[in-house]
Design a protein around this ligand. Sequence first.
Ligand SMILES: Cc1ncc(COP(=O)(O)O)c(C=O)c1O
Length: 394
Amino acid sequence: MPKHAERFKTLPEYPLATIPQRKRALLERGVDVIDLGAGDADLAPPPSVFQALSNAAHKPAMNRYGFGLGYVPFREAVSAWMEKRFGFRANPMTEIVPLLGSKEGISHLALAYAEPDTYTIIPEPGYNAYQGGTLFAGAKPYRYALRPRTNFLIDLDEIPRDVLERTRILYLNYPNNPTAAIAPMDYLERVVARCRERDILLVYDNAYSELAYDGYVPPSIFEIEGAKDVAIEFHSLSKTYNMTGWRCGWAVANPAICSTLAKIKSFVDTGQFMAIQAAGVAALQDSAEFVPRNVAIFRERRDAAVRAFRDAGFLCDIPRATMYLWLRLPEDVPSAVFAERLLEDEGVVIMPGSSFGTGGEGFFRISFITSPERIAEAARRAGKVLANLTAGVA
Ligand SMILES: Cc1ncc(COP(=O)(O)O)c(C=O)c1O
């Protein structure tokens, strides 16, 4: 057997890696599966993206390598959108990096900034690309447990000094997956100041910037004074436009950080399919019309999910952003056991808190990505499994 590298051995199982196969097996057994696992809605993208994709795909030039430059109108559309949405002007050519989905950029970036004997600070529970990138780079993840105690914020004052001294990257993601927490501006100001003091790269993952409710408007990190010296912000078409499968996102940062990421990528990929970037232009240009209607659908689903899961006996806050509920479990019910029973006995996919790291234990995540009726049915089944587990039946 060819020998694995030590670095490979450090990778845990990816939480969603086996779910599609498990789901398929259940469906083959005739089970009525309800999938509230991945953050991947059953809704359609803006209609304009299909025409834009088709028009572009018919042009031979658009079928050639995009290279790092990609389709320049995409860079321009991203820049215009960033300015309109956050009042932040990013130079389309030097301060934007097109990505094959934001996950790709997030995980590759660590290769340029982290190395053995250095740390990255990662939220736990948190999106797994942060630890993936860190482990690929041979660096050490310092896992900070996001718990209600700090409103699911990373308090840098609690991180040991010797770790901070050797920290290269801090990963922040607000609105947060999986806890749905949001970050106050004064918190972001403090974090930016600390990263500037210590020359720590602040990776601000803003994948959920457009999925917010009840008047909350998530900020860009670049709304914070001085952030441009140390921060890179990641965005994605995935969640905002129901385009997870298209694999299209971008990073925004100062020219030095952008060219660093672009250099890494030039050895890894040869650019996004430019017809997809052309579709991205259409999506971004449709924002004003499409996003509010899409958010209204998610808000209805959120309300249905909160109602149904609370009625089924679970505790959760009402999220002001994202497509997730972060639900508490009783102390004596391990989240992995709950998730396994719910999947095997009732055909419902949810994410156990422990799949995001031990800091996520005591909770589970549902994605409100399907109709209110299906969410209510999933909640009813989840309540049944919880009742069985707490009664010691299962
Ligand atoms: C916090 C967070 N960041 C980034 C992503 C990646 O999005 P994509 O690679 O589809 O752009 C996700 C997807 O679930 C996410 O939850």
